[in-house]
Write a new protein. Structure first.
Lengths: 438, 327
């Protein structure tokens, strides 16, 4: 099934053929307490404490919460507000490594997922701090715990990687296909589903083949090549493309019997159960014309952006923007001392002449955005409403369904800052609704 | 740390996503529209000579001047570089008789940009197609000058447009057979009387198809507009060929081609949804056919498009796309 709308940007997957390189140990790590959607964890350590690699620094504060862990062994230098990729300083734990990289002695395998019960595995996944690695960073164990009245019949593995430039998921599928599929099997067992579908955009046939060749015989997994179109990797559109089921507005994938997980998350789940290893590292793409040596890296959560840029031989003088994530939905960074975190799938350095400037001319009602919006909204009208502060009207026009994919702004000939206007409108609409509901 | 990676935050741009853009802008759209009009303009120059060039230059310069003046008067940023005033000027010129006096063209420019666009807030906010507002204003205010058509090839002589000739004959109780109808070949090439840019159906079709190919316009409006006009005039012709001309004649004569491809596709004044565009095109076709067949004017394209412009907000409201996942 093809979803309506979407765009075909230049993909620029310049790092697709480059193997993942592990970063060396750095002189400093900054581990923010909040790296996921949900309640931040509660601190378990204090300034001056000695910690070991993989040791939890926080504990989950409730069900929709996960801990963070020490990326290496060393001493806690400070716990204070430090720059965070979302743009405002947040509480973080600064660690000075002792260069021994000693593993915490309580890290040991939980067991074989083919024999373990779902509850044990889910708690192992939560304790390992696993979150969705596609970028939304929702705690994975929560997604693997659908309520009983929502029967799940499909596990969907998101290998679309539809953001231009990014090749991290692609490399994980190529280099660790067996781990990805073991992770899928593990999540299938937790959910009690018989069937999994892997969706991969058809610009990555090698990834699809690698997975097919490594598929365990006891797992019923379909591999589907999808049209290369942004935002193919959006949860709702991926489900629609693979199953023909449309998640209703305001609902979650479980409404149509599906759970979607990212390929990196599958590996993280497997490592959490098989090795007892918490999520202290991940694969990301460092790319763009601004970086001197584009590549794929495996970095420890908490590595400073400046260290990553230096590892890739730095940026060239024309660089005008450094983005965490992809060019469509990533977040522009202004402080090179921010740490890369669990949700950092890419670091994109764009040169000045490539950067879109949304200075906001008048809407000429060309209808390109309407044709493009994968959610079936009318972005042109929503943009005008936001400019006029008519937020209730925006709510009536389904602003809450906007996934902020940026397709509308990408095609807008007037370069209107549509996504920015919608982000504002969404917040205002939420406030209005909260007031209405008392 | 490698000193090549020393990059201070001062050097960086921080803005909301997305960080890349397709590259299309308003100026390139307007430029493409002008390019698409070149074949019809050249035919106009060839058929009507220097007087057509004069009308074009006056209209474009006039529109740019009025745009500049309105910006100054209303304290707005300069909008000359978005090229929209140039497009309005070219379309206005093409909708005037080639022998129009200079003051007629300038009044047209003032009405198009001033009353048609600037008072609503400029580009993007005008409900009606500015060039058509001017054309209809002039047609009603100066009917003699606006219907004095030069006859191609015959200097200083005037006559009727092909549609006008038919209307006049039928209103005098004659039949279509009594009229010396323009041939399809003349209509296609443009060697007939009419506004200087509307006469060559072929040149306009070429430009329209190019805009379609470039993705500047969508097919719904021109195709629905033309098909509906053909359908209704075709039925009338089948029932009473003595008093109604063939749909092919309607297709290639008057302002249908320039209207359907260039005026009814004006983005600002037409619906944003594709379903809405279809309704808009059908509405234009119905009104054009009704005016041409039974109205007082021989030509109805301008009135049809302006009337449909007024329905655009309504059409948009009722043709909103279905939200993803909504039952």
């Amino acid at each position: 099934m093809k979803f309506r709308g979407g765009i075909h940007p230049q993909y620029n997957k310049i790092t697709a053929d480059l193997s993942v390189e592990a970063l060396p140990l750095m002189e400093k790590y900054v581990v923010p307490v909040a790296q996921h959607l949900g309640a931040p964890g509660k601190l378990l350590v204090a300034k001056g404490d000695e910690v070991f690699k993989g040791q939890p620094l926080t504990e989950a504060a409730g069900f929709v919460s996960v801990p963070v862990h020490a990326p290496t062994s060393g001493k806690i230098k400070a716990i204070k507000n430090l720059p965070h990729p979302i743009g405002i300083p947040m509480q973080a734990i600064e660690i000075t490594p002792d260069e021994q990289d000693t593993l915490w002695d309580e890290i040991k395998p939980v067991g074989n997922w083919r024999e373990l019960d779902p509850a044990t595995m889910k708690s192992a996944i939560q304790n390992a701090g696993v979150v969705g690695m596609g970028g939304a960073t929702f705690p994975t164990h929560v997604k693997l715990s659908p309520p009983e009245d929502k029967p799940i019949d499909y596990l969907i593995l998101n290998g679309a990687e539809c953001e231009p430039y990014l090749t991290a998921d692609h490399r994980v599928m190529l280099e660790q296909p067996a781990d990805v599929l073991e992770g899928v099997g593990l999540m299938m067992r937790i959910l009690g589903v018989k069937k999994a579908v892997v969706g991969i955009e058809n610009n990555k046939p090698d990834a699809c083949k690698a997975l097919q060749d490594n598929c365990p015989e006891d797992l019923d997994i379909d591999f589907v090549m999808l049209e290369t179109k942004y935002p193919q990797g959006s949860e709702k559109h991926l489900i629609y493309a693979l199953t023909g089921r449309a998640v209703p507005p305001g609902k979650l994938p479980m409404e149509v019997g599906c759970v979607v997980q990212n390929v990196g998350t599958a590996v993280a789940c497997l490592e959490a159960v098989r090795d007892g290893m918490p999520m202290i590292s991940r694969v990301a793409t460092v790319t763009g014309s601004g970086i001197n040596r584009p590549t794929n890296i495996n970095f420890r959560v908490g590595t400073l952006l400046s260290d990553i840029l230096a590892f890739c031989d730095g940026v060239n003088p024309e660089t005008g923007k450094v983005i965490f994530g992809g060019p469509m939905m990533g977040i522009g960074q202004f402080d090179m001392s921010v740490p890369a975190i669990k949700g950092t799938s890419g670091i994109l350095c764009l040169q000045n002449d490539e950067i879109a400037q949304f200075e906001g001319g008048p809407c000429i009602r060309c209808g390109n955005c309407v044709e493009t919006c994968p959610m079936g909204l009318v972005p042109s009208i929503l943009g005008l409403l936001s400019e006029r502060f008519e937020f209730t009207e925006m709510g009536d026009n389904h602003i809450a369904d906007c996934i902020e994919c940026g397709s509308c702004a990408y095609v807008c000939p007037s370069h209107r800052p549509l996504v920015q206007l919608f982000k504002r409108g969404k917040v205002e609409w939420r406030v209005i609704q909260e007031k209405q509901n008392g | 740390m490698d000193d090549k990676s020393t990059i201070t935050p001062r050097d960086l741009i921080v803005s909301a996503s997305p960080h890349i853009h397709s590259g299309q802008d308003v100026r390139s759209i307007m430029r493409h529209v002008v390019y698409a009009l070149i074949p019809a303009l050249l035919i106009g120059f060839w058929v009507f000579g220097l007087s057509a060039v004069k009308v074009l230059v006056l209209a474009v310069v006039g529109c740019l001047a009025v745009e500049w003046g309105c910006n100054k008067l209303l304290n707005r940023e300069s909008s000359l570089l978005d090229f929209s005033a140039i497009v309005t000027g070219v379309l206005l010129a093409m909708n005037l008789p080639s022998g129009s006096p200079w003051w007629l063209v300038l009044v047209g420019a003032i009405v198009a940009i001033g009353l048609g666009k600037a008072i609503y807030g400029g580009l993007g906010y005008n409900p009606f197609n500015p060039a058509l507002v001017a054309r209809v204003f002039l047609l009603i205010s100066f009917p003699v000058q606006m219907t004095t058509w030069s006859i191609p090839g015959v200097d200083a002589e005037t006559g009727a447009t092909p549609l006008g000739a038919v209307k006049e004959a039928v209103s005098l109780g004659k039949t279509v057979m009594d009229v010396d109808l323009a041939t399809t070949k003349d209509l296609l090439i443009g060697t007939v009387g009419g506004s200087f840019g509307e006469v060559s159906a072929l040149a306009l079709l070429l430009g329209g198809l190019w805009l379609l190919y470039k993705g500047i316009i969508k097919w719904q409006i021109p195709i629905a507009f033309i098909a509906t006009t053909l359908f209704i005039t075709g039925i009338a012709w089948l029932i009473d060929p003595a008093h109604y001309v063939s749909p092919v004649f309607h297709l290639f004569s008057g302002g249908l081609m320039i209207g359907a491809w260039f005026m009814a596709t004006d983005m600002v004044t037409t619906p944003v949804t594709q379903k809405g565009m279809l309704f808009f095109g059908i509405g234009c076709g119905v009104l054009t056919a009704v005016i041409r067949l039974w109205g007082g004017y021989p030509e109805g394209v301008s009135f049809a498009i302006l009337l449909m412009n007024a329905t655009t907000p309504l059409i948009d409201r009722y043709t909103k796309p279905k939200v993803f996942g909504e039952a």
